[in-house]
Ligand binder design. Structure first.
Ligand code: AMP
Length: 210
């Protein structure tokens, strides 16, 4: 199964991706996580994308396509994968279709901006395992500590009000056209991002089947 998750920042893509991986045993590909790893390691690529990411803009299509092209060749992708944060432009979606034929389903988690902005600034991330929490809606069991690996949680550099607003604007301008792109292919499954984590998971599972 080849799945794509789209949605504005903090719509709940990462959280739903975790549920999907567990159930369907898919490889998880988050381009944002991959780039943050490069930034953390201080690689040439990391240095190149650091300020772009912090500002809430997108890195170039060519760069991100090259990364995904390599990643989907890995062994763990043979049984299928879930893409979180890619594609983010129609150019990327077209390239993905060229690379893999076509996706099976694109899940679009739809949420209003005012809710997302509140979630963005309350979000906490584990720098070690990538798990995400939210001080308001999905708190960790012990405040500030990752439930999965016990690491101290941090706030992402782009989870501030300013960068959050910029990322939402970027989503509307550059990524929202993907909704029409996948709808035209008959691949889009739209789900209401306000109906609660468990209900969203149930709706997605019902759509994808056993
Ligand atoms: P995310 O964790 O998915 O919110 O991604 C964090 C940041 O990484 C984005 O705001 C972009 O700067 C960059 N990024 C991640 N995925 C992509 C992509 N598919 N195309 C362009 N930039 C991306």
């Amino acid at each position: 199964m080849k799945l794509v998750l789209i949605g504005a920042p903090a719509a709940g893509k990462g959280t739903q991706a975790r549920k999907l991986i567990e159930k369907y045993h898919l490889a998880y590909i988050s381009t944002g996580d991959m780039l943050r790893e490069e930034v953390a390691k201080g690689t040439e690529l990391g240095l190149k994308v650091k300020s772009i990411m912090a500002s809430g803009s997108l890195v170039s299509d060519d760069l991100i396509i090259a990364i995904v092209k390599e990643r989907i060749k890995a062994d763990d992708c043979k049984n299928g994968f879930i893409l979180d944060g890619f594609p983010r432009t129609v150019v990327q979606a077209e390239k993905l279709d060229e690379l893999i034929g076509s996706v099976d389903t694109t899940i679009y988690i739809k949420c209003p901006d005012d809710v997302l902005l509140k979630r963005i600034t309350a979000r906490q991330t584990c720098p070690k395992c990538g798990a995400t929490y939210n001080k308001i809606s999905v708190p960790s069991k012990v405040a500030g500590i990752c439930d999965v690996c016990g690491t101290k949680l941090v706030q992402r550099k782009d989870d501030t009000i300013e960068a959050g607003k910029a990322r939402l604007a970027t989503f509307h301008q550059q990524s929202e056209p993907l909704v029409a792109y996948y709808k035209a292919q008959g691949k889009l499954f739209e789900v209401d991002g306000l109906m609660g984590l468990d209900n969203i998971t149930k709706a997605i599972f019902a759509r994808l089947g056993e």
